[in-house]
Ligand binder design. Sequence first.
Ligand code: ZN
Length: 103
Amino acid sequence: MPSKRRSSKRPYGQPHPELDVDRVANATGGRRETGPGGEEHIVVTPRPSDKTYTCPGCGRDIDGATQHLVAWPADGLFGAEAAAATRRHWHTHCWNTFGRTRG
Ligand SMILES: [Zn+2]
């Protein structure tokens, strides 16, 4: 009986679908923005919810009823859908300032 160990990494050899970021962005009502670290991200404004999220920028809670945004890398290694699965909720302010040196 083969033992299929699940690791956190995806197996190699999967088909590498051509990224259709713009379609994903359109489907989710998102837009492309340059995120922290200079990577392209898809950014969407989620509908209000009663959930609480943790902002990766400041580590504090985000009240789902507060307007915030959701972002994920536009050029995920495993395709746009996989990348979308890694989406994170951000305070709008944190997204706009985290990892950026402006001024
Ligand atoms: Zn924050």
